[in-house]
Ligand binder design. Structure first.
Ligand SMILES: O=c1ccn([C@@H]2O[C@H](COP(=O)(O)O)[C@@H](O)[C@H]2O)c(=O)[nH]1
Length: 232
């Protein structure tokens, strides 16, 4: 079972190391925009030096040449997983792979694409993005485009994970944020699920932030997430 990915959505490195110091095991963590834009690439190197795996969640979305160059730099940081927005298109996603390969000394980081954010509802998508599809069909369309571009998988919600596996195959990754412990506050997320439901419904990796980082006892909350995710 893949380790849950903990979203380190903290404002600075002080809070990050206070959080990480509570754990006596190596984690799979996510560095997102909040932390990266504040602390820069050094925070990635420091967390890596502690032996943790890193998903660098910057959701690149730009013209192919810009994404290719940016990915070359991100690959040099030695991260394990990076992402783009599938809405950037097939050429952009292919360019992202080229950039990662050019910047990697050895094996390139895994690359996945965001389909529809887990904070998006079907109604919002249809009205605001003017996509005349069901949310599931839009996610499946982006998943197929992502697979055609040669990426390793997608970011989606748990609710679409099984359908994506059926269409794109079991080895195509389904990385699912929007994870909450039973009865937990959804906050700004719309398509949420518990870790045990994620396991049953075909997630490859779960991403969980506030339910662990803001818990009174983050280590206990993480253990609970692992138990539900692993079904023990
Ligand atoms: O569709 C997406 C893509 C990325 N995220 C990120 O995951 C975490 C979720 O944090 P929670 O506190 O567990 O809600 C956060 O860093 C998002 O930027 C996502 O939620 N949905």
């Amino acid at each position: 079972m893949n380790k849950p990915i903990i979203a380190l959505d903290f404002p600075s490195e002080i809070e990050v190391f206070q959080f990480l110091n509570q754990f006596d095991e190596k984690l799979f963590v996510k560095v997102g925009m909040e932390l990266f834009y504040q602390e820069g690439p050094d925070i990635v190197r420091k967390i890596k030096d502690l032996g943790h795996d890193i998903f660098l969640d910057l959701k690149l979305h730009d013209i192919p040449n810009t994404v290719k160059s940016a990915m070359k730099g991100l690959a040099r940081l030695g991260v394990d997983l990076v992402n783009v927005h599938a809405a950037g298109g097939k050429n952009m996603m292919e360019a992202a792979i080229e950039g990662l390969e050019a910047g990697s000394a050895d094996k390139r980081p895994m690359l996945i694409a965001v389909t529809q954010l887990t904070s998006t509802t079907e109604e919002q998508m249809q009205k605001e993005q003017k996509i005349p599809l069901s949310l599931l069909d839009s996610v499946l369309h982006y998943a197929q485009l992502t697979k055609d571009a040669g990426l390793d998988g997608v970011v989606c919600s748990v609710h679409e994970a099984k359908n994506i596996a059926d269409v794109c195959g079991e080895t195509f990754l389904r990385v699912t944020p929007g994870i909450r412990l039973p009865g937990g506050d959804a906050h700004d997320q719309k398509r949420i699920a518990t870790p045990d439901y994620a396991r049953i419904n075909g997630s490859s990796y779960i991403v969980i932030g506030r339910a662990v980082t803001k818990a009174e006892n983050p280590v206990e909350a993480y253990k609970k997430v692992c138990q539900l995710w692993e079904g023990i």
